[in-house]
Write a protein that binds this ligand. Structure first.
Ligand SMILES: Cc1cc2nc3c(=O)[nH]c(=O)nc-3n(C[C@H](O)[C@H](O)[C@H](O)COP(=O)(O)O)c2cc1C
Length: 471
C-alpha cells in the first residue's frame, strides 16, 4: 500500500490570512469570519471530504513595520482584524465527529498554566481531536502588547519555549494518573487524591505548583505541530514536534530540511518517521486547462502587492521604485537593513520582477493544473522530498476546499493515496501518528513517571549548562 498522505486546510481567524487581496473576489466569503456559521459550514465541508484537520494560524500583534504603521494591514484586512484561534474549535467540534483542529499558540508571552488548562478542555470537548502549533512569535508589535519594549531575542525565545513545554508535559502527562478518576457514586469519591499530584516545577522562567486542573483527556498532550527553520528552531522541532508545517523556497531546500530535522529527532532517540512533514501547498486546480488559466488570471488580477509587502514586514516600500530598477543596486544602498534582502540578490532581478513574484505562486509547493497534473506533483514530493502531506493554502473560501474535495481527493483516492473514510472516533494523534499518546521515546513521555516530577525541577538546559561549566 502506498504511503497515505495527510491533508490539512490552512486557516486563520481573520479576513486575509496569506493570499492577500483575494478576499475581494465575489465568491469569497471570508468577511463572514466573525460568524460562527462561517466556521461550522467550513468544518462540515472538510469533514465530508475526510481532511485530517484544519490548521489555524495566529499572531498576537499587528504587522506595522511596512510603511511604519498598521495602516496597510488594516486596509488589506491583513491578519487584522483577527480573532482568537482556540474559541472557534468547540463550535466546529459540535458539528463534526472526526475532523481534527490544530491551533497556534505562542510560548513567549503568556505563562503555561492557563494554556495547559485551555488545551485540555479542548481535548475533552473534541474527544481528542486537537493539536497545538507551537510558535515563539515574531512581531515587534506582539512584544509591545505584552509589556516588552521589543521582541525577546530569537534564540532566547526557543529557550523559554523549551521550559514551557517541560511545564506542560508535567501537567498533561504526569499530574494525574490514568486511573485517578473513579467517579464512584456509591463510595462518594470522584477522584482518588493518591493518584493526583503537584508538579512543583521551579526553574529559570516558570514556577508552577499544579496539580493540573483538568482530569486526563484522551490525548493528554495535544498533537504537537511546529515550524522552526533556524538552527534553534530545527533543534526544537526535532525534539518536540510530531508534525511540522513548513514553507521553504525550493524543492531542494525542503528535502534537505526534512532530512535534517529527521536527523535531529534521531539524535534525541526518537523514530525519525514519528515526525510528519506538511508543506504549505498553493494549488490552483480546474477541470480543464482553460478553466485553470482563467482562475490563475483572476487570482493574479486580485492579488494585493501591498498586502504581501505588509505581511513580509518589509522596511522597504518597493512600490515607490521604478519597475525597471535593478534590485541589487537598491539593496546595496540600504546599509544595515540590506542583510534581510540577501535572498533577493538574484543577478539582473528588477523591482517589477520582485513584485510580480510576490504571492506564493512559483514558490514550493505550488502547482497549477488539472487534477492529474496536481496529484502527479504531490506524489513526486511524497516520494522524493519525503514529506507526509500538505497544508492547503486557500485562495477562496470555501472555493479552494471545495476544489480539493471535488477534484484532488478523488484523484488521490484513485491512486490509493488517501482514505475513503475516517476510522470513526479516532483521535488526531491516532490519525497522524498511529498511536493514542506521545511515543515512549518522545521527551514529554518521561514525565509520566512520578519520579520525574519529584526533584525533576532542573531542566535539560540547566543540566547542559552545568555540564559544560564543569568542562
Ligand atoms: C508555513 C508556516 C506557518 C507559520 N505560521 C505561524 C503562525 O501562525 N504564527 C506564528 O507566530 N508563526 C508562524 N510561523 C513562523 C514559525 O513559527 C517560525 O517562527 C518560523 O518558521 C521561523 O522559524 P525560526 O524562528 O526557527 O527561524 C509559521 C511558519 C511557517 C513556515
Amino acid at each position: 500500500m502506498p504511503k497515505q498522505i495527510h491533508l490539512n486546510l490552512f486557516e486563520m481567524n481573520c479576513v486575509s490570512h496569506i493570499t492577500h487581496g483575494m478576499w475581494t473576489h465575489p465568491d469569497n466569503t471570508r468577511e463572514r469570519f466573525n460568524d460562527i456559521e462561517f466556521w461550522t459550514e467550513l468544518a462540515r465541508l472538510l469533514e465530508h471530504a475526510t481532511f485530517d484537520a484544519m490548521f489555524i494560524a495566529d499572531v498576537i500583534g499587528a504587522y506595522d513595520v511596512f510603511r511604519g504603521g498598521p495602516e496597510t494591514s488594516l486596509v488589506e484586512g491583513m491578519q487584522i482584524p483577527s480573532n482568537d484561534p482556540l474559541m472557534i474549535i468547540p463550535a466546529m467540534a459540535a458539528v463534526t465527529r472526526n475532523l481534527g483542529f490544530a491551533a497556534t499558540f505562542s510560548t513567549t508571552y503568556e505563562p503555561p498554566f492557563a494554556f495547559a488548562r485551555r488545551m485540555s478542555t479542548l481535548d475533552h470537548l473534541t474527544k481528542g481531536r486537537v493539536g497545538w502549533n507551537i510558535v515563539t512569535s515574531y512581531l515587534p508589535n506582539a512584544a509591545r502588547n505584552f509589556g516588552y519594549d521589543d521582541e525577546v531575542d530569537h534564540d532566547h525565545r526557543y529557550e523559554i519555549a523549551d521550559e514551557y513545554l517541560e511545564v506542560l508535559y508535567k501537567l498533561w502527562e504526569g499530574s494525574w494518573d490514568d486511573d485517578a478518576v473513579l467517579a464512584d457514586k456509591d463510595r462518594r469519591v470522584y477522584a482518588d487524591p493518591a493518584r493526583v499530584r503537584y508538579i512543583n516545577h521551579a526553574s529559570e522562567y516558570y514556577r508552577v505548583a499544579g496539580p493540573h486542573l483538568c482530569e486526563p483527556s484522551r490525548q493528554r498532550t495535544p498533537l504537537l505541530y511546529q515550524a522552526g527553520v533556524s538552527d534553534a528552531g530545527r533543534a526544537f522541532a526535532g525534539k518536540h514536534a510530531e508534525a511540522i508545517f513548513m514553507g521553504g523556497s525550493s524543492f531542494a531546500q525542503v528535502r534537505s530540511y526534512v532530512a535534517d530535522v529527521r536527523q535531529v529527532a534521531r539524535s534525541h532517540g526518537r523514530d525519525p518517521g514519528d515526525i510528519k512533514f506538511l508543506p504549505g501547498a498553493n494549488i490552483i486546480v480546474g477541470r480543464t486547462d482553460d478553466e485553470v488559466a482563467k482562475k490563475v488570471a483572476e487570482y493574479r488580477r486580485l492579488r494585493s502587492i501591498d498586502g504581501y509587502l505588509a505581511h513580509s514586514s518589509s522596511p522597504v516600500d518597493w512600490t515607490t521604485y521604478d519597475r525597471s530598477e535593478p534590485v541589487d543596486a537598491i539593496v546595496a544602498g540600504l546599509g544595515k537593513q540590506a542583510a534581510q534582502f540577501r535572498r533577493y540578490l538574484v543577478p539582473g532581478l528588477t523591482v517589477g520582477q520582485l513584485l510580480d513574484d510576490l504571492g506564493g505562486l512559483g514558490r514550493p509547493f505550488s502547482v497549477v493544473g488539472t487534477p492529474k497534473v496536481v496529484v502527479d506533483e504531490m506524489e513526486r514530493w511524497i516520494d522524493e522530498a519525503d514529506v507526509d502531506g500538505f497544508n492547503v493554502v486557500q485562495y477562496l473560501t470555501p472555493g479552494t476546499a471545495l476544489d480539493v474535495a471535488e477534484l484532488i481527493i478523488p484523484e488521490l483516492r484513485r491512486r490509493g493515496l488517501f482514505r475513503t473514510s475516517y476510522a470513526d472516533g479516532e483521535t488526531l494523534r491516532e490519525r497522524m501518528q498511529g498511536r493514542p499518546r506521545l511515543a515512549g521515546s518522545h521527551p514529554g513521555a518521561r514525565f509520566r513517571d512520578p519520579a520525574a516530577l519529584v526533584g525533576g525541577q532542573v531542566s535539560d538546559r540547566q543540566l547542559a549548562r552545568a555540564a559544560s561549566a564543569h568542562g
